[in-house]
Design a protein around this ligand. Structure first.
Ligand code: CLR
Length: 278
């Protein structure tokens, strides 16, 4: 119905729109983008509702079907767009400020984005091949709670081809984590090349999986992990992680901005421990 009405309006106004100029033209373009956006989200929401049967909060693995429906493309595009944005943040040369470094060489820088949110970039060298890390961080992402106590659960709600997943993540609210428990709903994409892997993602909003009672739904802005083989030694990888998170809830910015780099260092420590076992 909405698309039909929009088309009708466009038809009626087309001769006038052709004659507009300047700011009015910009405004038209923005309105157009908004409509496309609204329409896309409507489709994604309906589709995920149908495919996962998620009117309750538990998705059983057998409910998740890899249906290559047309609407899936929208999730894929959202993931691609998140990856593109995250990589372009990483590529920015200016404005990074040193945050912390550990004696093992792990280092975190931060940058304030337009709008005031701080993003964090962790750089580390890990004793693992690109494939091993891809396997642990993307293929077997649901097992992450087994080696990372900051994570209570990660559930793949939907797989769209080999590269895209829709996930629900729950962090733990342990003593070390001053922010407390959060849940996230994200689209995540992987892009695997011979000597590097890109894992990117961002939050999505789905009516079928609304914020749950007792949880604060945090939001991942465009974020990514880049894993690159070190030239000389393919058993070691460079690990670069852009964390871009709106933790939500009523917390002072300064508290959040201290907890996030800490969470990155903790994550990396647990990842190293896990790698030393295999
Ligand atoms: C400080 C509080 C709010 C949050 C602490 C937990 C943070 C560090 C946790 C919660 C959810 C987690 C993410 C969940 C899923 C993935 C996808 C995977 O392919 C790479 C790791 C990544 C991206 C995790 C990174 C760490 C993460 C962001």
């Amino acid at each position: 119905m909405l698309p039909a009405v929009v088309k009708l309006c466009c038809g009626i106004s087309y001769p006038h729109i052709r004659n507009i100029a300047g700011l009015q033209r910009t405004a038209m373009a923005v309105i157009g983008q908004e409509i496309t956006h609204l329409q896309q989200w409507g489709q994604i929401q309906n589709h995920v509702r149908q495919q996962t049967g998620l009117n309750h909060n538990e998705a059983k693995p057998e409910d998740i079907k890899p249906v290559p429906a047309k609407e899936d493309q929208l999730c894929v595009r959202h993931g691609q767009e998140a990856m593109r944005k995250a990589l372009s943040i990483l590529e920015e040369k200016e404005g990074w400020k040193f945050e912390v470094a550990e004696s093992n060489g792990d280092a975190i820088c931060s940058k304030v984005m337009p709008g005031g949110r701080k993003v964090f970039r962790l750089e580390a060298v890990l004793d693992a091949s690109v494939d091993e890390l891809y396997n642990l961080l993307f293929v077997r992402v649901e097992e992450m709670h087994q080696w990372n106590p900051s994570i209570q659960q990660i559930k793949v709600l939907k797989r769209i081809g080999p590269q895209t997943v829709v996930t629900h993540e729950v962090s733990t609210g342990t003593a070390g984590n001053v922010i407390g428990q959060r849940d996230f709903l994200s689209v995540r994409r992987s892009c695997k090349q011979k000597s590097s892997v890109y894992l990117g993602g961002a939050a999505v909003q789905l009516e079928s999986f609304p914020p749950q009672a007792g949880f604060v739904r945090a939001e991942n802005g465009p974020s990514c992990i880049v894993i690159q083989a070190l030239d000389d030694d393919s058993t070691k990888s460079r690990f670069t992680w852009l964390l871009n998170m709106d933790a939500k809830g009523w917390l002072p910015k300064s508290v959040v901005n201290q907890a996030l780099p800490r969470a990155q260092l903790d994550f990396t420590r647990h990842l190293r421990k896990r790698l030393s076992l295999s």
